[in-house]
Design a protein around this ligand. Sequence first.
Ligand SMILES: [Zn+2]
Length: 107
Amino acid sequence: MDCKKTVRLINRFLEDDLETEELQDFLDHVKTCEECNEELTIAFLVKEGVARLENGSVFDLQKELDTTINKADHSLRIREGMQWVYYLIIGLIVVAITFLILILVFL
Ligand SMILES: [Zn+2]
């Protein structure tokens, strides 16, 4: 993913609205690209900071951004895990059907 696309996806990332693949590419890029990481930090600070200033709570937004990124990483791993289970089930079904066909052919 290039910087231009990454920057375009920042708002959707903050809304937790990225597809699995987009999220993976986005996180990979943001972790390695200092400029996009900075863009993300600023967007996060603006979005969260305004909300916090309104209700006057004390905050450590850099830490919260890290938490947000970690959560996204975590949900990405869960989604990937689900995908693996999905493929496993499909695989088992294919094996079962093949087995049934073989039994029917040889009986
Ligand atoms: Zn970049």
